[in-house]
Design a protein around this ligand. Structure first.
Ligand SMILES: [Zn+2]
Length: 90
């Protein structure tokens, strides 16, 4: 799982300091690792992993999400995210 999409990020001195503190706090080896971790934590608030294709599905409601990749509609039922096959759309 190595992707080399490059992110050129210029941080302000203040942000530098924040990242440095987070790095210490999280016990991570590099600043990059901090950013990876933050993105991972943030995405969990807005999206889930699509059970059908493995891409991210953005949450559209508390118990609903839609995958942009395979267009599955995913609903939360009994704590499990389930994709509904979109075969018969009314
Ligand atoms: Zn999907």
């Amino acid at each position: 799982m190595t992707q080399n999409a490059h992110l050129d990020l210029e941080l302000t001195p203040e942000e530098e300091e924040m990242v440095e503190l987070l790095q210490e706090e999280m016990g991570l080896p590099t600043r990059e690792a901090v950013l990876h971790m933050l993105v991972k934590q943030a995405i969990q608030r807005v999206a889930i992993t699509c059970p059908t294709c493995g891409h991210f599905a953005r949450r559209t409601a508390e118990d609903k999400a839609q995958c942009r990749s395979c267009l599955s509609v995913i609903t939360l039922s009994e704590d499990i995210w389930e994709a509904k096959a979109d075969l018969n759309v009314e």
